[in-house]
Design a protein around this ligand. Structure first.
Ligand code: ADP
Ligand code: MG
Length: 251
């Protein structure tokens, strides 16, 4: 059975794309077949995988019904559905489409008829709009990256609220896989106390793995590489491998 995971937080810059690409790469190291879907009109994931933002076939055309999900096999063995800058327009273009929240789910089901994957990871845009709703409707789990910063907690109530509504109306299978604290710097006392608050508030929903602040994680995408291709011995690689081990245990 394919497990579908949306990497979600409506805040930008919290580590969604970094988590999507490197968690996918870590799961691949564990011999899992992994598909990445870039659902963000900024196409950061697409570029981080070494592709151009001007790919001919993208999730945008697929969402518009022009062709099936384009599965691009990368040299490193991962498969990617690219995005493009036009994708943001889909939010308004599809607004009158019947079943507009179910489009991605349908596309994934069709793709799985011919291709087998153990995990599908969806990189969400920094909003709770239609593209994110499509990701939530298609997913079994959410992974929520959170920065250990003051105010990080504020967004959590909004996320849990939307998840509750999606679960009730669109996708009863949806569950929070876990919150992952990212860009953590243990020298900063504020980082420390905020991560303690997050752990106390969401105890069983917080991954034990904390993703440390690690410059290699910011450098790798510039070279179009994931962290295991860029530097497999750095803290970033160790942390994402540890997160993958926890994700493998999700029931
Ligand atoms: P989002 O997708 O939520 O907008 P990104 O994954 O793009 O966030 O991360 C925002 C920025 O922070 C990027 O420049 C990324 O390279 C950097 N970054 C993310 N995680 C880390 C980390 N653990 N250590 C250092 N830099 C990080
Ligand atoms: Mg991103």
């Amino acid at each position: 059975m394919t497990k579908i995971i949306a990497v979600l937080n409506h805040k930008g810059g919290v580590g969604k794309t970094t988590t999507a690409i490197n968690l996918a790469a870590a799961l691949q190291q564990k011999k899992k077949r992994v598909l990445l879907i870039d659902m963000d009109g900024q196409a950061n994931l697409t570029e981080s995988c070494g592709l151009s933002i001007e790919e001919e076939r993208t999730v945008y055309g697929a969402m518009r019904g022009e062709y099936p999900l384009p599965l691009v096999r990368l040299e490193n063995g991962l498969t990617l559905v690219p995005s493009c800058l036009d994708l943001s327009a889909a939010e308004s273009e599809l607004i009158n489409e019947p079943g507009r929240e179910l489009i991605l789910k349908g596309l994934i089901a069709k793709a799985l008829d011919t291709c087998k994957f153990d995990y599908i990871l969806i990189d969400c845009p920094p909003s709770l709009g239609l593209l994110t709703l499509n990701a939530l409707t298609a997913s079994d789990y959410l992974v929520i990256p959170v920065q250990a910063q003051f105010l990080a907690m504020r967004g959590m109530a909004k996320i849990t609220n939307v998840v509750g509504i999606v679960k009730e109306r669109l996708n009863p299978e949806l569950n929070i896989g876990g919150i992952v604290i990212t860009q953590f710097d243990r020298r900063k006392t504020l980082n420390k106390s905020v991560s303690e608050i997050i752990s106390e508030s969401f105890c069983d929903k917080v991954f034990k793995t904390v993703i440390r602040d690690n410059v290699a994680l910011a450098e790798a995408p510039i070279k179009g590489k994931n962290i295991f291709e860029y530097n497999k011995n750095c803290n970033g690689a160790k942390d994402y491998m540890s997160l993958a081990q926890e994700v493998l245990k999700l029931k």
